[in-house]
Design a protein around this ligand. Structure first.
Ligand SMILES: Cc1ncc(COP(=O)(O)O)c(C=O)c1O
Length: 402
């Protein structure tokens, strides 16, 4: 895609955020201008925006196979949806059944799950983190072994934001329900990219975010199964059925709804096109760059993700060099960059310090072209070679390249 401000730049960081589709912008614009009514108002202006919010809710529900739009609670994004799911559900269960004092999650969750879990632990809950395989997979048998009647909630992400591995959600839900516990999944990286049906999977709570699927930032949703009570974490005027108060972000909700409709309609094409770009890059990188490795699973992986390790290279240096050469990429979670910490995901997968340091995530989207990804591979090959040349251990990595 030609970005008017950066015509030569190749954006390969859709796991961090995506460009907003023109059709989404067009649908949002009236709600930033003349359609400014508060959806709670009784007059014409209010009814107009309330109708738009209703349509958006329906579109979000349809994308995930929810049986009713009533099951969608709009939030300020994936982070808030995760906080609401974890705190709102765990506290509510504990109030009714004080013996249910345990939460199970995985060791590769996004901080938007790990941090609220820490908070719940400070508040008296017992929190257990399941390990993963070296491909980043949660083993259902590990959940089965640890599960007991004390568990209030299990929270396992649908697909990982760094390595793209898709978890065996169906099995995990089944096991969770055997212990009469609730199942939440953070589907921020998966929803809109692969088919998800909350009804057939029997999921209780699921978090979504708009800006990962070509919608605007600052808007997301929590799917809440019918008849499941959760406590609010934001109190006020009682919007969103008293679960999430605050005047609705109408332009954001409208944009998110449109992005869901488009993602749903175009999913097959998205899967084929984006995965073909990704697979082309994976094949060339593994063939052309010595001592490169693909991380995560080959098959059960979201279509837009490729995650590599290049031994002898510092991932941060690689990102800077790629940026100088017109390629936007990432070492992993954009959110963790601020915390300046090593990837807890790769650590949990058993990676060594050197393997973690040399990692790179490329994530693709519908805006990318074949020419762009060809350029990216060529720049990447050259830059990895240059950086290895600067390494004190260069003889270890350059033998196959010279
Ligand atoms: C897996 C996952 N969960 C949650 C979030 C947070 O979503 P948001 O940016 O909408 O708050 C992200 C964002 O990167 C994510 O990748």
């Amino acid at each position: 895609m030609i970005n008017k401000d950066h015509p030569q730049y190749v954006y390969l960081d859709t796991a961090a955020s995506t460009p907003v589709t023109d059709e989404v912008v067009a649908e949002m614009l009236p709600f930033l201008k003349e359609r400014y009514g508060n959806p709670s108002s009784i007059h014409k202006f209010g009814r107009e925006t309330a109708r738009a919010v209703h349509l958006a809710r329906k579109r979000v529900a349809e994308m995930i196979g929810a049986s009713s739009s009533r099951q969608i609670v709009f939030t300020s994004g994936g982070t808030e949806a995760n906080n609401l799911a974890l705190k709102g559900a765990a506290m509510c269960v504990k109030k009714k059944m004080p013996e249910k004092n345990m939460i199970i999650t995985s060791s590769i969750e996004h901080d938007a799950v790990l941090e609220p879990c820490k908070d719940l632990k400070d508040g008296g809950f017992v929190v257990e983190h399941l390990p993963v395989t070296n491909e980043g997979l949660v083993r259902p048998s590990d959940l089965e072994n640890i599960l007991s009647d004390d568990v209030a909630l299990v929270s396992i992400m649908y697909a990982n934001n760094e390595i793209g591995t898709i978890q065996p959600i169906k099995d995990l839900v089944k096991i969770t329900h055997q212990a009469d516990a609730l199942f939440h999944t953070d589907a921020v990286q998966a929803a809109g990219k692969i088919p998800i049906n909350v009804k057939s999977l029997d999921i209780d709570l699921m978090s979504l975010s708009s800006h990962k699927i070509n919608g605007p930032k600052g808007i997301g949703a929590l799917y809440v199964r019918s008849n499941l009570e959760i406590f609010p974490i934001i109190h006020g005027g009682g919007q969103e059925w008293y679960v999430r108060s605050g005047t609705e972000n109408v332009p954001g909700i409208v944009g998110f709804g449109k992005a869901c409709e488009l993602a749903h309609q175009r999913m097959k094409h998205y899967q084929e096109y984006v995965a073909s770009l990704r697979d082309y890059v994976i094949e060339r990188v593994l063939k052309e760059i010595p001592q490169s490795r693909l991380n995560g699973l080959i098959t059960d992986r979201i279509p837009n993700n490729a995650h590599f390790t290049f031994l002898g290279v510092n991932g941060e240096d690689l990102i800077i060099k790629l940026d100088e050469n017109g390629i936007a990429a990432s070492t992993g979670s954009a959110c963790s960059v601020k915390k300046q910490k090593q990837s807890h995901v790769l650590k949990a997968m058993g990676f060594s310090y050197e393997e973690i340091t040399g990692s790179l995530r490329l994530s693709f989207g519908m805006h990318n072209t074949r020419d762009e990804v060809e350029k990216a591979v060529e720049v990447l090959s050259r830059v990895v070679k240059e950086l290895r040349n600067l390494s004190p251990f260069k003889s270890k990595y350059l033998t196959e390249m010279s």
